[in-house]
Design a protein around this ligand. Structure first.
Ligand SMILES: Nc1ncnc2c1ncn2[C@@H]1O[C@H](COP(=O)(O)OP(=O)(O)O)[C@@H](O)[C@H]1O
Ligand SMILES: [Mg+2]
Length: 197
């Protein structure tokens, strides 16, 4: 299978010019790409753990995190998407909507508007709804929600996978995508159940 064929439902297909951003020309299969991305993400998580703690609720941090997770694989890592996708808002609205979300997330943390896991679930959902990047939004937004939990609430991470992979289709991913769709329609219950509330 070619690396651009995004098999799983609820995933973002790449445009030809985004595919041109692949730093490794020899890649021919989805499996090879997954492995490269996985290695890059592991490096990004190591950076996350050792970095000097700064304010995470900024556009600069959200972009830096994406670049650290995907920048060895994709030239456009850390830059906002310029094209419309099957998921996500108009690309022109990304900077403003992201800034609003980060402001809301800061307010939720300062005022303890929600239980930590609910704040993280709402933050995660809004972030994937905005879909700031050409690809990697699900993985970036799950890690971002975990960083939000830890650094703004002193709370442990969400058990997103519960032993499954969220990158391929299985029961857990189906539940996850259904929960995000319910949240799109204003019903947060399935997503709260999914994160363990
Ligand atoms: N209906 C939806 N509403 C909001 N977010 C969604 C919806 N469907 C899928 N998503 C999110 O988009 C992600 C897929 O986007 P993508 O950029 O391909 O991320 P990744 O490459 O990390 O899987 C899913 O993992 C999920 O987080
Ligand atoms: Mg994807």
């Amino acid at each position: 299978m070619s690396p651009d064929a995004d098999g799983a439902a609820g995933a973002t297909p790449l445009d030809p010019d985004e595919r041109n951003g692949l730093k490794h020309r020899h890649i021919t299969t989805r499996g090879e790409l997954d492995q490269l991305e996985q290695a890059n993400i592991a490096g990004g998580l190591a950076w996350l753990a050792r970095r000097r703690k700064t304010d995470i609720l900024t556009e600069a941090f959200m972009r830096e995190l994406h670049r650290r997770l995907f920048g060895d694989v994709w030239r456009w890592a850390g830059t906002f998407r310029l094209t419309e996708k099957n998921i996500g808002i108009d690309p022109l609205d990304i900077p403003v909507q992201l800034r609003m979300l980060l402001g809301d997330a800061r307010y939720w943390a300062e005022h303890r508007s929600f239980a930590p896991l609910e704040a993280a679930a709402r933050f995660h959902h809004r972030l994937v709804q905005i879909h700031p990047f050409p690809n990697g939004n699900g993985r970036h937004a799950r890690i971002a929600a975990d960083v939000y939990l830890e650094e703004c609430f002193g709370h442990g991470p969400v058990d997103w996978t519960a032993g499954y992979s969220l990158q391929s289709m299985n029961e857990r991913r189906a539940q996850y995508i259904d929960a995000l769709r319910a949240a799109d329609a204003g019903d947060f219950e399935p997503l709260l159940a999914f994160v363990g509330l």
